[in-house]
Design a protein around this ligand. Structure first.
Ligand code: QV4
Ligand code: CA
Length: 512
């Protein structure tokens, strides 16, 4: 009996690291700035049929309306209240989205902005997405309600009241991040209001949370909030399931605060991942793909079962947050597909695919001065719906990376090889590499400036396989390249260095 009890508690207490995705679904996609109605449709028409496990959505709570610059994407990181109305939709639309997505096994992960409210210079009035009255001067957020008692003003010791030195952990937690009014999470009243907001979302049916700006909150205060959270809605989830928690902590090393301080609360974003992978795929700083043999903890990343990984995110694809110029984005399409393909084939971490909108980058002295531009919208600021073209791509400046064949098919690859060991590694000492995932999948890259021509042990059973990068298997034929694996598991690969997608991936579900 004791053993059983131990197993049960171990299972339960590990739960907040568990993404709660439906069995066989191993990635989520960040549908950045999408409308709830469009997300619901995408769950049903695309994400479920293609094996996506869930969607990270933009913050669903009321935010300030910024008019200078005009409706920047980042106004949604300046809360006014926890009422569910934003440019993505109202509460009813939010509820419809959660129900429709849950019903097809694609779950919802909410971007929870709980460290702060809007910027100190936000003024007063009702210029916000639900029309709630607020007054930043006296810290009045009437729709919560919050008042000056509920902010850290008295605790911060810097002259400006803002974070001035990231080597001082007290400033980082108790002062304002770029002037954003910092909530006093050590107060039970504030903890209660935040838990009330998150519990409403849990009861509606969400599966977990991205915790924004986690570095700026004390782990003890966060634990006090998370301990108040309900278990998930049993209409879709097993009884006792805990919300998945992944905390945004940018830790590239060298600061007072490290990601490991948050391991006890849930998973943590591993920002080293995208920064390093960008360097390797771009072949900068002497990096080469042969070094990826030890990828993961071997590169001093956090333990795999604590990591939430991604090639780029909504911040660093536009120069915010961390990662710098090495970050691969949809603007670097050819390299980006290799980076995302590698991430989805490698066993490290829980994977998140980015899905962006296009904006007109304009660099002045190396900085994109258009980094603020918000989602595709009409002249009145209303976000445009996502249109789907006949060729299944998205229109109206929605990039829809998750719909790119190479990326969609690699999401499927990760599902097929889930749990399989990383083995049969090969490299040419430079930028040609290959590896398998047990007897379920195999991938090979040519990122050198010359052709690849090699015969390798794949670990796969003999047969004819469709390459899922150049095409896929459709009614027992390959729309792209075919790979012959002989009964010893050996296969001959030839990849020109000038081809659009210089990598090949095969798995047992793409076998004829
Ligand atoms: C500016 C000055 C302030 C000044 C203020 C006066 O920087 O010093 O006092 O004006 O009004 C926007 C503007 C920023 C402005 C601020 C307040 O860009 O210039 O301050 O508003 O008016 C996003 C954007 C920020 C944006 C913020 C709020 O990235 O540019 O600030 O939303 O709208 C650190 C954190 C990490 C954070 C990362 C960006 O450790 O947690 O920076 N990442 C998360 C989100 C990110 C979001 C926030 C946190 C804040 O991923 O998208 O910031 O919620 O690394
Ligand atoms: Ca804080």
């Amino acid at each position: 009996m004791k053993i059983l009890l131990l197993l049960v508690t171990a299972g339960l207490c590990a739960a907040q690291y568990n993404p709660n995705t439906k069995a066989g679904r191993t990635s989520i996609v960040h549908l950045f700035e999408w409308r709830w109605e469009d997300i619901a449709s995408e769950c049903e028409r695309y994400l479920a049929p293609n094996g996506f496990g869930g969607v990270q959505i933009s913050p669903p709570n009321e935010n300030i309306i910024i008019t200078n610059p005009s409706r920047p994407w980042w106004e949604r990181y300046q809360p006014i209240s926890y009422r569910l109305c934003t440019r993505s939709g109202n509460e009813q639309e939010f509820r419809d989205m959660v129900t429709r997505c849950n019903n097809v096994g694609v779950y919802i992960y909410v971007d929870a902005v709980i460290n702060h409210m809007c910027g100190a210079a936000g003024g007063s009035g009702t210029h916000c997405t639900c029309g709630s009255y607020f007054n930043t001067g006296n810290r009045d957020f009437s729709a919560v309600p919050y008042s000056s008692w509920d902010f850290n003003d008295g605790k911060c010791k810097t002259g400006s009241g803002e974070i001035e030195d990231y080597s001082d952990r007290y400033q980082v937690r108790d002062c304002k991040l770029v002037s954003l009014l910092d909530l006093a999470l050590e107060k039970d009243y504030v903890r209660e209001k935040i838990a009330e907001y998150m519990n409403k979302l849990i009861d509606i049916g969400v599966a977990g949370f991205r915790i924004d700006a986690s570095k700026h909150m004390w782990p003890g205060d966060m634990k006090a909030v998370f301990d108040k959270l309900h278990t998930l809605n049993t209409q879709w989830f097993p009884s006792g399931a805990k919300p998945f928690i992944f905390q945004e902590v940018i830790d590239l090393g060298g600061e007072a605060i490290s990601a490991s301080e948050y391991f006890g609360l849930g998973r943590v974003t591993e920002f080293k991942y995208g920064a390093k992978l960008g360097n390797v795929i771009r072949k900068w700083n002497g990096e080469k793909m042969a070094y990826l043999k030890s990828w993961g903890e071997g590169w001093s990343f956090m333990p795999s079962d604590k990591a939430l990984v991604f090639v780029d995110n909504h911040d660093n694809q536009r120069g915010h947050g961390a990662g710098g110029a090495s970050i691969l984005t949809f603007f670097d399409a050819r390299l980006y597909k290799m980076g995302v393909g590698f991430m989805l084939a490698h066993p490290y971490g829980f994977t998140r695919v980015m899905s962006s909108f296009r904006w007109p980058r304009y660099f002045v002295n190396g900085r994109d001065v258009n980094d603020w531009i918000g989602p595709p919208c009409y002249s009145d600021g209303t976000t445009k719906p996502v249109t789907i073209n006949a060729d299944t791509t998205c229109g109206d400046d929605w990039v829809c990376e998750h719909r790119w064949r190479q990326i969609r098919n690699m999401v499927g690859f990760r599902n097929v090889v889930d749990g399989q060991p990383f083995e049969n590694w090969w490299d040419n000492g430079s930028n040609q590499i290959a590896f398998g995932r047990g007897n379920k999948g195999f991938i090979i890259f040519n990122n050198d400036d010359w052709d690849l021509d090699v015969t390798l042990k794949t670990g796969l059973p003999g047969g004819t396989y469709c390459d899922i990068i150049s095409g896929q298997k459709e009614c027992e034929h390959c729309t792209g390249h075919q790979i012959q694996v002989d009964n010893d598991g050996l296969a001959h690969f030839q990849i020109s260095n000038s081809t659009e997608d210089p990598f090949v991936a095969i798995h047992i579900d793409s076998k004829l």
